[in-house]
Design a protein around this ligand. Structure first.
Ligand SMILES: [Zn+2]
Length: 499
């Protein structure tokens, strides 16, 4: 037991790396680490880590190696530690998970609040033999993760009707959840940007590892990796993260442009971000269910907001971002966040290179999912290798996902794509190989690339895997619009015949 360890050195001499380990151990209590059972509960337990027993860890406890933090960087270390403490240090122990933090924040306005008061407020009965704390978190998660404001309002009203105390308890915990979402974003950003990964001359941040790896493979592409992408909250209900794709800078004037003087003035004032935001409000003409058909593949007609609303990745977003479920325990979500960041980098480069003009229409080629997921899976694993070496538990979440998928859907891009890219990267010149993957339009180009023939030799003679994909082609008519108070007003829409 070393539960008191993290309270010992207010002077800021304890290494950050140890803190990151402690986060996985709920404030430094080794007894908290449990081997998870298989099955669906793992999904919930991984995100709903409310009590010591719920922290899901599938491999042994991280070792307690000596201070690997670089010597001689005390000032920088103290600064980083200050940032770490602000985000992760609670009055007692460390902040590790969303609902724990929601309760901590709720207690600031309602000091006697406990999980039992939430059970009462949510009118939930604890089944015989069940853990009351976990029952309360499950019930709260059931309500919060639905993002359904009317359900939340109804629950608040029901709690108030039951008693004033229940009403106050539920109000406090729901307000705590809202504040905990901001904490979750800050926690992920801190894990990504603080310098805690040992192995170099000085400790590096995971963000630096991503940058170094990207620049080694794509040195001509330094601007896209300059900033850490924004983390945004999205309540998926389960441990999930997705990239939201922005429009690459070089493509912006081709996607939407000002056609007259006042449009130019508007653009100067609001920029392309503003213009793309307006485009996301332009749901016209309404073409639901209309399909263009000729002899080839049918093309569905749609609008920017409709297309953006039907995919988790968004469409022509003003800014690239990573959307993460708030209850996804930050240390376990770090691998997913780096995975999504690689998606953003790869997709931005791919679009900037492969978009074409065909008969006046801008054609955005769709990504090959096996190529995209293979790169995100295998490359993020390589990038985070020094972090995984120092804290093996950080690798668990992504490995568990692939192991589960390999059992249920072995052709899934996260598994099959991962195996393909990993096999290619095992050879010499991994950075040169990465560029080939980065710049290939699809996997068939990779399969026939003579430079990679050696990587596929082991599979020579095996039958091809053919995976059918539904048609995903769609067309957004070229639309001319005016803007009044940031609201677009459509003037005309054009569909150019390609004959
Ligand atoms: Zn992915």
């Amino acid at each position: 037991m070393r539960a008191d360890r993290c309270d010992q050195d207010a002077a800021g001499l304890e290494p950050l790396l140890q803190f990151v380990r402690d986060l996985l151990h709920r404030g430094g209590d080794d007894d908290a680490v449990e081997i998870a059972g298989a099955g669906r509960d793992v999904e919930f337990d991984r995100i709903g880590a409310c009590g010591e027993k719920q922290l899901v860890v599938a491999v042994g406890a991280a070792g307690l190696e000596e201070d690997l933090f670089a010597r001689g960087v005390h000032r920088k270390r103290s600064l980083a530690q200050g940032q770490f403490d602000r985000v992760f240090r609670a009055p007692k122990g460390l902040r590790t998970d969303f609902y724990g933090v929601a309760l901590e924040f709720a207690r600031r306005s309602s000091t006697t609040l406990t999980w039992s008061s939430v059970l009462g407020a949510l009118q939930v009965r604890v089944p015989a033999g069940a853990d009351p704390e976990l029952t309360a978190v499950r019930a709260l998660h059931g309500l919060w993760s639905r993002s359904d404001t009317s359900a939340v309002a109804a629950a608040r009203a029901a709690a108030r009707a039951a008693s004033a105390a229940d009403g106050r308890a539920l109000d406090a915990i729901l307000d705590g959840c809202a504040s905990a979402e901001a904490w979750h974003r800050a926690a992920l950003t801190a894990l990504l940007t603080l310098h805690w990964v040992p192995g170099g001359a000085t400790p590096r941040s995971p963000a630096e590892l991503v940058r170094t790896a990207w620049l080694a493979a794509a040195p001509d592409d330094s601007s896209s990796v300059a900033a850490v992408p924004a983390i945004i909250t999205r309540r998926f209900g389960g441990p999930q993260a997705v990239p939201r794709y922005g429009v690459p800078a070089t493509l912006r004037p081709r996607v939407v442009r000002g056609e007259n003087w006042s449009a130019g003035v508007w653009l100067e004032r609001h920029g392309y971000d503003g213009l793309l935001e307006v485009l996301h409000r332009l749901d016209w003409p309404v073409l639901d269910g209309v399909t263009l058909a000729d002899d080839g593949e049918p093309i569905r007609l749609t609008s920017v907001p409709r297309r953006a609303g039907e995919t988790l990745n968004g469409f022509l977003e003003p800014r690239g971002a990573i959307a993460v479920e708030p209850a996804y325990v930050p240390v376990l979500a770090l691998g997913a966040v780096v995975h999504e960041w690689i998606h953003l980098l790869v997709e931005t480069r791919r679009l900037a290179r492969l978009v074409t003009d065909q008969g006046g229409a801008l054609v955005l080629p769709s990504a090959d999912p096996w190529l995209a997921e293979g790169l995100a899976e295998a490359w993020s694993e390589r990038v985070l290798a020094p972090a995984h070496e120092a804290v093996p538990l950080l690798a668990v979440s992504e490995a568990e996902k692939r192991a589960r998928l390999a059992r249920t859907a072995p052709d899934d891009p996260h598994v099959l794509g991962y195996l393909i890219v990993r096999a290619a990267l095992a050879g010499n010149g991994a950075d040169r190989t990465l560029v080939r993957f980065l710049d290939a339009p699809d996997l068939s180009a990779i399969a026939t690339d003579p430079a990679l023939a050696a990587a596929w030799r082991a599979g020579a003679g095996a039958p091809d895997v053919v995976v059918p994909l539904a048609s995903r082609r769609f067309l957004v008519p070229e639309t001319t619009f005016t803007i009044t108070d940031n609201v677009p007003d459509a003037v005309r829409a054009t569909i150019r015949s390609r004959d």
